[in-house]
Design a protein. Sequence first.
Length: 429
Amino acid sequence: MNGCKVYLKKGKEESLLRFHPWVFSGAVAFIEGEPAEGDVVEVYIPLPSVLPLRERDTSFNSYIKESSKGECRNIATSKGEFIGVGHYQVGSIAVRILSFTPVEIDVSFWAERIRQAWQLRQSLGLVAGGANNIYRLINGEGDSLPGLIIDIYAKTAVIQAHSAGMHRARHDIAKALLEVFGCDIHRVFYKSEGTLPFRANLGEENEYLFNNDKDAPPIAIENGMIFQIDWLRGQKTGYYIDQRDNRDLLKKYANNRSVLNMFCYTGGFSVYALKGGATLVHSVDSSAKAISITNDNVALNFPGDSRHQAFTDDAFHYLENIVGQYDLIVLDPPAFAKHKNVVRNALQGYRKLNAIAIKNIREGGLIFTFSCSQIVSKNDFRLAVFSAAAQAGRSVRILHQMTQPADHPINIYHPEGEYLKGLVLMVSG
């Protein structure tokens, strides 16, 4: 640790005392030292005597907070009271907290957190192999490691950093992975080229941190179905693991239905629909590469199956010309909003997309509709779909409300982690 300390303004410790893992830049009173972006820093509630004059208070007791057990959980120093340790960064979030107790952030720390996460996935029945060897091992704040994603595809671990701190720790994280998993991990691929903060100027490319199996094919199994995983060039870490449970739900509804999978990407919903007994499945994406991957994944599971066709086309254009063709439609678009200043446009996009699908689906048809935009709230998404139904002028009922699976846990103190929202709609009238 470099010894840098971040001191908070009076009253700005409240969210941290409720274990929210972010320190916002506006909460910082001053910094002791000159941390570089990604450095590990300690966070303190300062004594009144070391605050700027406008922040001082005559009562030190206003800074002493006790834990739910009634014991003082922080450590007092000559300048303040310890509240957490985390990664420093430039921007609206100044520190991402890694621990609310004093701890050295080293390989042992990463190994213990990874071990805890692995034990949780074991208890969920996701790491036994056999019918499933695809799962998320680390889900950022949901596993008390903000800024870090690790996905497992058979014997390959794909690391994705969303902060400079996690980027700088990548080699220690890879060592910790190998320490916990041993020979069960043959490859560790680092894929953060598109997720690191651009202002950090880290200039890193995707790379293997460990590769003991150069010739093994990139194939993994989910619920008994086989998928080609493109962690080298694909979106996210190569596959949308977060839709696993929702794909399985669609499989239960697919029997004897004609299915349209919009924004198909790797064709996950298409494969599940075929497995569920759909009479036909059409996959659509604007990316020719996505269509190629979809066709490959269908062929892996259903070679020569004439029920499936794939089309490269714009989603809105395609949906305008499908009146009465399908009785199950999947709408799983990429994030329409990644920044708060475009939320309004995103909601308009969701309304337009759902209105076209509701208008053109067959009587009694089902629509699986999703938003993966973290900054679009569950209520706002639901209101957008409600507005779309009203615009289409048809009777619409909600059969299911969907979210991310258990290997994408949500820290109860960090509700922002609930990013995936979905509805199953029945359309009539």
